[in-house]
Design a protein around this ligand. Structure first.
Ligand code: HEC
Length: 99
């Protein structure tokens, strides 16, 4: 794991994402263009088979990987000013629809 990811992990706890936070609006604004429209390799909203191995990584690891970017996934979903909280909520929304 790279040092940036470790720094991020220190800032993420389950409490970062309140249970009621759907993150739906951020998902629609930032993530849906790839995660809802069959962008190559992007795990799709609602596709349990694609999300299962990612969910197994755990919320903290998965959030950190996505936020810093991994392979085809751009850091912060490509929106440079997206906060970690907003990113985590959007991811939470996708996972809730896909697990
Ligand atoms: C430009 C397209 C694009 C956008 C926008 C985008 N993603 Fe992704 N995302 C991808 C692709 C492609 C992958 C698959 C990466 C791979 O395995 O090559 C991915 C993978 C992921 C993963 C899995 C990372 C892992 O550990 O394998 C997470 C989590 C994720 N995205 C979250 C998000 C969230 C949350 C948003 C919105 C804030 C978002 N993405 C916006 C393209 C995108």
């Amino acid at each position: 794991m790279n040092p940036l990811a470790i720094c991020l992990l220190a800032g993420i706890t389950w409490a970062t994402v309140p249970a009621w936070a759907s993150g739906e609006s951020t998902y629609k604004a930032v993530c849906a263009s790839c995660h809802g429209q069959a962008f190559p390799k992007a795990p799709q909203l609602g596709n349990k088979a694609q999300w299962a191995p990612l969910i197994r990584e755990g919320q903290v690891t998965l959030t950190a990987h996505g936020y810093v970017g991994v392979r085809g996934m751009p850091a912060k979903g490509g929106q440079a000013d997206l906060t970690l909280e907003a990113f985590a909520e959007a991811l939470n929304h996708m996972v809730n629809q896909s697990g």
